[in-house]
Design a protein around this ligand. Structure first.
Ligand code: ADP
Ligand code: CDP
Length: 222
């Protein structure tokens, strides 16, 4: 059977960077499921759906056509054919995504798309998010739970935003938002962020990116 590597963890633990690099190194497809929740949220905001109205979100979430390109060399994400890879990283979407991701109908729809991506991945896939090992790919070949101290995670996000030229006030606001979002993601009823019983815990606080990538690639090749 094709390899499925499931990587979960809180924001800033290194999931996207590490998953993409591991996929590229091992010749596997790559799926950023957070980008799909962000794309759904972007569409809700663009169409003036009240994201705090779970029933409205549940009804509307059937409408957008979300397509994730799974090439590790250049992942893409479109909504109704429009490239949204830029806007889905902005503060508006980031602030609202946890509310949208807590709606069961949203999750059901995106989980189906995610499983479809894995089915068509020729050599296998590295999929990262919050519920890859627990819900989407319970039979994954390898499950990793990536963590890092809150200080390390907030510091990495800030450095990333600073490098993009984002102003300090927005960086401070997004740091506060990171803690709030992690709490929301961990405490929601449907598919809360939690380490699966059979997942390997990797704490990246004191590791370099190269060390994390090598550790996970080794676990997959075992
Ligand atoms: P996530 O997808 O979990 O939110 P990212 O992959 O976006 O995390 O990583 C956040 C930032 O942390 C990236 O800019 C990444 O380069 C940086 N980073 C620095 N050191 C590490 C490390 N040891 N492990 C993982 N990421 C790191
Ligand atoms: O970039 P960051 O690590 O901060 O977040 P992300 O991976 O892009 O995910 C954005 C949000 O989507 C998370 O805060 C969760 O609310 C939600 N999400 C989820 O519920 N389940 C997933 N499998 C992936 C993301």
């Amino acid at each position: 059977a094709p390899v499925v590597v499931a990587i979960d963890g809180p924001s800033g633990s290194g999931k996207s960077t590490v998953s993409r690099a591991v996929a590229a190194r091992l010749g596997l497809s790559f799926l950023d499921t957070g980008a799909m929740y962000r794309a759904m949220t972007w569409w809700m905001l663009a169409n003036e759906v009240d994201v705090d109205d779970a029933e409205a979100v549940a009804v509307a979430c059937a409408k957008p056509v979300i397509v994730s390109g799974t090439d590790a060399a250049g992942p893409t994400i479109t909504v109704d054919g429009q490239d949204v890879s830029g806007p889905i990283r902005g503060p508006e979407v980031t602030a609202q995504v946890s509310a949208v991701a807590a709606v069961p109908q949203v999750r059901a729809r995106l989980v189906e798309l995610q499983q479809g991506c894995a089915r068509v991945a020729e050599r296998g896939i590295v999929a990262e998010g919050r519920d890859m090992g627990s819900v989407v790919f319970p039979d994954a070949t390898v499950k990793i739970f990536l963590t890092a101290s809150e200080t390390a995670r907030a510091g990495r996000r800030a450095a990333e935003l600073r490098a993009k030229g984002v102003d300090e006030a927005t960086i401070t606001a997004m740091a506060a938002d990171l803690a709030r979002r992690d709490a929301a993601d961990s405490s929601r009823e449907t598919a809360p962020l939690a380490q699966a019983a059979d997942a390997v815990l990797v704490d990246t606080s004191e590791l370099t990116l190269d060390q994390v990538i090598a550790t996970i690639a080794e676990l997959v090749e075992e």
